[in-house]
Design a protein around this ligand. Structure first.
Ligand SMILES: [Zn+2]
Length: 97
């Protein structure tokens, strides 16, 4: 399974066309909230379940998407955060469709 198309829609969603004809649609705020990098993972562990971060515009704007090998997509955000590597299975799990 590989992405055949990546698109940012309405500045709010990332849509992915997979080469098995399935589609994923993920809210950017949800992507950012669940950033899998070590820094964000530690952050999530240290805060209470009731804490919900308020993101600024730059934190929710994707500046670059790149393929990482054959297993993941690396997302760079406009605020400079670029350590999140999202594995395909993880992206499918975050999808709302
Ligand atoms: Zn992160």
């Amino acid at each position: 399974m590989l992405p055949s198309g990546l698109k940012i829609v309405d500045k709010e969603f990332l849509t992915i066309d997979w080469n098995d004809s399935t589609k994923s649609k993920i809210k950017l705020s949800n992507l950012r909230l669940n950033c899998p990098c070590a820094l964000c993972a530690t952050d999530r562990e240290n805060r209470s379940d009731r804490y919900f971060p308020i993101f600024g515009n730059d934190e929710l704007t994707v500046s670059n998407l790149k393929m990482i090998g054959n297993y993941a997509i690396g997302i760079s955000w406009k605020d400079g955060h670029n350590t999140g590597i999202y594995e395909f299975g993880y992206l499918k799990k975050l999808s709302i469709i």
